[in-house]
Write a protein that binds this ligand. Structure first.
Ligand code: 1GP
Length: 229
C-alpha cells in the first residue's frame, strides 16, 4: 500500500499534495516531456483518466508519463476500460452521490479480472459529485445528479457513509471545468467529519483557489483543465 501510505505520511508531516489530471483524450503523447516541464514543481501525483476514453489512449498516455517522470501515476478511470497495469495505483471509485448502480458497483465488478491480473495498488475511494454550476461530464456519462452545494449536511453524511463502507479516500468533485469549485465550508465540514484523506477537484484554476482548498482542509488538490492547452 505504498502510494496510499505516502499520502498519509504527507498529511502527518503537514505537506499538501497536488495531482495534475491528464485526460488521455486530450493529451498528445509526443509532447509528454514539454508538458511535464511546465507543471508546478510542487506536483506530487499524476492522475490519468477521463469520463470517456473513446480512442483508447490511456495505456499509451500512462507509459509515456512513466517514461518521462518519477511521479506516481494514479488511474482515475471513468470506466473499467481505462485500466492499464502500467500505472502505479488506481482510485477504485464508487460514485456515492449518485443513484446509478452501474457506477456504485457495476463498473467495479467489470474491473476485477484486470485488477487481479495486475500489480496495481487499489485505493477504495468514495467519489462525491457536487454541483459545479454547469452540467459536468461525470453527471452526463453516469446519468446521475450532483449534490447541491447548499446542502452541506447531505454531502457530509455521504462522505461519512463512504468511510463507514470502507473508503480510504474521499474525493469531493465539482466536475471538470466547473464554474464553481467545491466551497470552502463544504471542504472544512467534510474534513472535520471523516478520518481519511480528502481529495478536492473540479474548477480549480488558480493558485489562490488551490490554496483556499488547502486552507479549508483539502489534503490533495486535483487540477486538470488549467494545464490543458
Ligand atoms: C475533474 O477534479 C478534476 O475530475 C479536475 O477538474 O479539470 O476542472 O481541473 P478540472
Amino acid at each position: 500500500h505504498y502510494h496510499y501510505e505516502s499520502i498519509l505520511k504527507a498529511i502527518s508531516e503537514e505537506r499538501k499534495s497536488l495531482a495534475i489530471l491528464i485526460d488521455p483524450d486530450k493529451f498528445t503523447v509526443s509532447e509528454t516531456a514539454s508538458f511535464l516541464q511546465q507543471l508546478p514543481t510542487e506536483t506530487t501525483h499524476l492522475f490519468v483518466g477521463g469520463s470517456t476514453d473513446a480512442n483508447g489512449h490511456t495505456e499509451a498516455t500512462v507509459k509515456a508519463l512513466k517514461n518521462h517522470s518519477q511521479l506516481p501515476v494514479i488511474l482515475f478511470p471513468g470506466d473499467h476500460t481505462q485500466i492499464t497495469e502500467f500505472a502505479d495505483a488506481i482510485l477504485f471509485l464508487s460514485l456515492l452521490s449518485g443513484r446509478n448502480p452501474e457506477y456504485l458497483v457495476g463498473q467495479q465488478l467489470k474491473a476485477v479480472e484486470k485488477l487481479k491480473a495486475s500489480k496495481l495498488e487499489v485505493i477504495p475511494t468514495g467519489y462525491i459529485l457536487v454541483d459545479g454550476g454547469t452540467e459536468s461530464a461525470v453527471a452526463r456519462v453516469s446519468n446521475t445528479k450532483p449534490l447541491s452545494q447548499n446542502n452541506t449536511s447531505k454531502i457530509v453524511h455521504t462522505a461519512i457513509a463512504g468511510e463507514f463502507m470502507g473508503a480510504k479516500l474521499i474525493y469531493l468533485e465539482a466536475g471538470s471545468g466547473a464554474i464553481n469549485p467545491v466551497k470552502s465550508i463544504i471542504i472544512s465540514e467534510v474534513k472535520k467529519a471523516v478520518n481519511i484523506p480528502l481529495i478536492v477537484g473540479g474548477g480549480i484554476k488558480t493558485e489562490t483557489q488551490q490554496q483556499t482548498a488547502y486552507t479549508a482542509g483539502a489534503d490533495l488538490v486535483v487540477m486538470g483543465t488549467a494545464f490543458e492547452k
